[in-house]
Design a binder for this molecule. Structure first.
Ligand code: NDP
Length: 501
C-alpha cells in the first residue's frame, strides 16, 4: 500500500466559469484503509436492521431528496457545468432509486427454494441465500456526479453492505453532501463514507474493500479489474461507449431527429450512453441531417442558474475540451463538413458548440473513439445491412438505437447489434427503468446495474442443503450409504437410460 504522493488537497472548479469553488482532501491510502476498517466494524449493525429497517432509512433519504432537490441540482450544476434540467435527471433518478431499492431489495434477495430432479438429493431441501459482501467500494466518474456513483451505492446499502464512495476528483462536492444526508437519515456513522481523492485514492480503495463497483473509462476500468483480480474480489465495470443510432427509410423522422438531438446533447454529450455515431439510409440522409442541424442551431448554451435557461452546458473536464476539438479537427481534415458549430470557447469557462458533422467515414477519430462531447457525426449508409455492420465495427458495445419502418423491423435489426441495451424508436430512457438490466458488451463493461443482478452483485451467494430427518426404517434415498447403492444405480439407469454393466 503506497501513500498518496500528490497534493494533499484538490481544487474543484466551476467548468462554466473556470473559477475554483471549493477544495477537498486528497485522501491517502492509510486514510482509505482506516475508513474501510471502521466500515467493516459497523456493517453488521446495518445488516442487522434487516430489509424493513433499511428500507425505512432509504425512504427517509428519499424524502430529503424530494425536499432538497434544488440544493442538489445547484451543487451538480456548479461542479459539473451541466444545465439544471440535466442535473434534475440525476436527482430524479436517485430519488426514484431510494424507493425502488427499498421496495425491491427484499424481493430480489430473499432466500430462494431450489427444486432438483437429481435422485441424489431426494429428501433434502435446497435453498440459495444472498448475504452482503461486507464493504463495497464505489468509484465514479465526473459526468454524472450523483447518478453514476451515489446511484450505485443505494442498492449496495439496501443489500446490507457498508459503502465507501470515491467520487471523481473533478466533481466530489455533491457526493460529500450525500454523506451528511445519509447519516442524518439513519445510516450508522461510518457505514457510508465519501472519501475524496484522485486515482491513487481509488486504487487504494480497490486494495481494501470486499467488492468494487466501478464506473469510468475503459482504460481505468481495466486497471481496476486487474487490481481486483489480484485480490480475487468481485468487480462490476460500467465503462465507455460509442453508441450507434440507425435511422432507416420509413422511420418517423420527426421523432428520430428529436431523439438524436437529445441523445447526442444530453449532459453536453458527456454521457456514457450518448448517441455518438448516427447511420442514416442514403435516401433520407440529406433531409434527416438538415432536420437535426436545424434543431442544433436553435439550442442555447451557457452557464445555467436554474431550470429552462439553457439547453447545453459546459465541458466538465479540461482535457476533454481539447479531445473533442481534436476529433472535430481530425474529421474536417479528412473531408468531413461541419453543418453547425465546430468551435471551442475558452473565455472563462469551457464550452464546445453543439456540432453536426456530415461526410464522415469510419476511419475518423470521431467515429472510432469515444468523443464524450456535444458532437454528432452523421454517416450515409446504403441499407440496414451496412448500418448494422458499421455499428458493430467498434470495440465498444454499451447501447444502440434503431429507427425503422416498424417496431418489428427495428427489433429484428436490434437483435443483430452487439450492445448490452438496444432501444427501438428511442434512446437513453431505459436508464430510468430500474427493473431493466443495463450493462455493456465488449469493452464497455462487465456485469450490470439495475434489475435483480444489480443488487445480487453486492452479495455472496450461499447454497444450503438440509436433509430432512425421518425415521430410520422409512424407505428413502440415502445414496451414500452402501446399502442404497443398488437402488440408486437402478434409478439412474431408469432415468438416464444405458445398458446393464
Ligand atoms: P476515469 O476512468 O478517468 O475515472 C473514473 C474514476 O476512477 C474516477 O473517480 C477516477 O479518479 C478513478 N480512478 C482513476 N484511476 C484509478 C485507479 N488506478 N484505480 C481506481 N480508480 C481510479 O473516467 P472519467 O471520470 O473520465 O469518466 C468518463 C468515462 O466514464 C467515459 O469513458 C464514460 O463513458 C464512462 N462512463 C460510463 C458509464 C456507464 O454506465 N457505462 C456511465 C458514466 C460514465 P479521478 O477522477 O480522481 O482521477
Amino acid at each position: 500500500m503506497t501513500e498518496n504522493a500528490a497534493s494533499p488537497v484538490i481544487a474543484v472548479d466551476d467548468p462554466a466559469t473556470g473559477r475554483v469553488i471549493a477544495t477537498v482532501r486528497n485522501h491517502t491510502a492509510a486514510e482509505v484503509a482506516e475508513a474501510v476498517r471502521l466500515a467493516r466494524e459497523v456493517q453488521p449493525a446495518w445488516q442487522e436492521l434487516g430489509f424493513r429497517g433499511r428500507a425505512a432509512v432509504l425512504r427517509r433519504c428519499q424524502r430529503w431528496f424530494v425536499d432538497n432537490s434544488r440544493r442538489l441540482r445547484d451543487s451538480i450544476a456548479a461542479e459539473n457545468g451541466k444545465t439544471h434540467d440535466d442535473a434534475e435527471v440525476e436527482v430524479a433518478y436517485c430519488t426514484a432509486a431510494f424507493g425502488f431499492w427499498a421496495t425491491h431489495a427484499e424481493r430480489y434477495l430473499r432466500p430462494e427454494r431450489v427444486h432438483s430432479l437429481s435422485p441424489f438429493v431426494v429428501g433434502r431441501d435446497l435453498f440459495v441465500r444472498y448475504a452482503p459482501v461486507g464493504v463495497v467500494g464505489v468509484i465514479g466518474p465526473w459526468n454524472n456526479p450523483l447518478m453514476n456513483s451515489f446511484g450505485d451505492a443505494i442498492p449496495a446499502l439496501a443489500a446490507g453492505n457498508a459503502v465507501i464512495l470515491k467520487p471523481s476528483e473533478q466533481t466530489p462536492l455533491t457526493a460529500l453532501l450525500t454523506e451528511d444526508v445519509l447519516r442524518q437519515c439513519g445510516v450508522p456513522e461510518g457505514a457510508y463514507r465519501v472519501i475524496t481523492g484522485d486515482g491513487e485514492t481509488g486504487s487504494a480503495l480497490v486494495d481494501t474493500v470486499d467488492s468494487v463497483m466501478f464506473t469510468g473509462s475503459t482504460r481505468t476500468g481495466r486497471r481496476v479489474a486487474e487490481r481486483a483480480a489480484s485480490r480475487l474480489i468481485p468487480v462490476s465495470l460500467e465503462l465507455g461507449g460509442k453508441d450507434p443510432m440507425i435511422v432507416l427509410e420509413g422511420a418517423d423522422l420527426e421523432r428520430a431527429a428529436n431523439v438524436a438531438v437529445y441523445g447526442a446533447l444530453h449532459n453536453t454529450g458527456q454521457t456514457c450512453i450518448s448517441v455518438e455515431r448516427l447511420f442514416v439510409q442514403d435516401s433520407i440522409h440529406d433531409e434527416f441531417a438538415a432536420r437535426v442541424a436545424d434543431r442544433f442551431r436553435t439550442l442555447r448554451q451557457g452557464r445555467s442558474r436554474g431550470f429552462g435557461q439553457f439547453d447545453v452546458g459546459a465541458m466538465t473536464f479540461p482535457p476533454q475540451l481539447d479531445l473533442v476539438e481534436a476529433h472535430v479537427r481530425d474529421a474536417v481534415g479528412q473531408g468531413a463538413r461541419v453543418l453547425v458549430g465546430g468551435e471551442a470557447h475558452r473565455d472563462g469557462g469551457r464550452f464546445f458548440e453543439p456540432t453536426v458533422l456530415v461526410d464522415v467515414d469510419p476511419s475518423m477519430r470521431c467515429m472510432r473513439e469515444e468523443t464524450f462531447g456535444p458532437v454528432l457525426p452523421i454517416m450515409r449508409v446504403h441499407d440496414a445491412e451496412e448500418a448494422v455492420r458499421l455499428a458493430n465495427e467498434s470495440s465498444y458495445g454499451l447501447q444502440a438505437s434503431v429507427f425503422a419502418g416498424s417496431a418489428a423491423e427495428g427489433l429484428s435489426i436490434g437483435r443483430q447489434l452487439e450492445a448490452g441495451v438496444v432501444t427501438v424508436n428511442d434512446a437513453l430512457i431505459n436508464y430510468m427503468a430500474l427493473e431493466l438490466p443495463m450493462g455493456g458488451w465488449k469493452e464497455s463493461g462487465m456485469g450490470v446495474r439495475h434489475g435483480p443482478e444489480g443488487i445480487r452483485k453486492y452479495t455472496r451467494r450461499q447454497s444450503l442443503l438440509v436433509a430432512r430427518l425421518v425415521p430410520r426404517r422409512e424407505l428413502h434415498m440415502m445414496p451414500f450409504r452402501r446399502r442404497n447403492y443398488r437402488v440408486l444405480t437402478a434409478l439412474v439407469r431408469l432415468l438416464y437410460g444405458g445398458s446393464r454393466s
